[in-house]
Design a protein around this ligand. Structure first.
Ligand SMILES: NC(=O)c1ccc[n+]([C@@H]2O[C@H](COP(=O)([O-])OP(=O)(O)OC[C@H]3O[C@@H](n4cnc5c(N)ncnc54)[C@H](OP(=O)(O)O)[C@@H]3O)[C@@H](O)[C@H]2O)c1
Length: 212
């Protein structure tokens, strides 16, 4: 059992916080408006606080907020995130006229690397950004077994995150450890595929899968 802070109260945060709390973890949702988020919440029992409070009380923090502003906002939580594992599921893109991703915000780098640079005393682990949010906590819902990629410099932190993925429903052989944090460039670039998939298939659940 871990104390987990989930930053954000949107689709991804709600999905992950509910499943992790249902698995027995103590979850605090870190939101800009704790009272409003609490009033809207349905599902497993979680606590609410502002992002700094949620990070301060947790051993593991999940970033489920917009990737475009993540580095600046989480960089300001350096003290609160010191010594912690930070699971980053965000994507950071430029937007086309239709509002869909049209390019990467950090070409030649990634949100995860920028975060690790801004938070040197935090173990950043990138995962789960290559799928629709529904799949993150219900991977067996797809006809083809999806893949959860892991990128991060700290092997122990990745092992902890691998076990948390298990709590979210991921069998060990559906998890692919790519290597250090720079390997997050690959999974983050999957966002270049997403608009084409969504234009053709709408918001139907999907995920990237490594076929072997
Ligand atoms: N949706 C997916 O299927 C999916 C899949 C893979 C990855 N992701 C990534 O996961 C992250 C969250 O996605 P989502 O779909 O859950 O987004 P969302 O529904 O829009 O929720 C994002 C949440 O972030 C919080 N937030 C904090 N600072 C913010 C700011 N400056 N502007 C706007 N919101 C802010 C908000 O919570 P409060 O208002 O409570 O603070 C908001 O509810 C994104 O980085 C996204 O790229 C999403």
């Amino acid at each position: 059992m871990h104390n987990i802070g989930v930053l954000g109260s949107g689709r991804v945060a709600t999905t992950l916080a509910n499943k992790l709390a249902g698995a027995g973890h103590v979850v605090t949702v870190g939101t800009r408006e704790p009272a409003r988020a609490a009033a809207r919440w349905s599902g497993a029992h979680v606590a609410f606080g502002d992002p700094a409070e949620a990070a301060r009380g947790a051993a593991i923090v999940v970033n489920a907020t917009p990737g475009e502003t993540t580095v600046e906002r989480l960089g300001a939580l350096r003290e609160e995130l010191k010594g912690k594992i930070l699971i980053d599921v965000s994507n950071a893109t430029l937007r086309g006229q239709d509002g869909l991703p049209s390019g990467l915000l950090y070409p030649g780098s990634s949100v995860a690397e920028r975060l690790q640079g801004a938070l040197p005393e935090t173990a950043v682990v990138k995962t789960l950004n290559t799928m629709l949010f529904t799949v993150m906590a219900d991977p067996a819902s797809l006809r083809t077994p999806p893949t959860a990629f892991l990128s991060g410099n700290d092997e122990k932190a990745k092992a902890v995150v691998g076990r948390l993925l298990g709590d979210l429903g991921w069998p060990a052989d559906w998890i692919e450890d790519l290597g250090d944090v720079a390997t997050a460039r690959g999974p983050e670039a999957v966002m270049l595929l997403v608009p084409s998939v969504m234009r053709r298939r709408g918001f139907a659940p999907f995920a990237l899968a490594l076929a072997r």
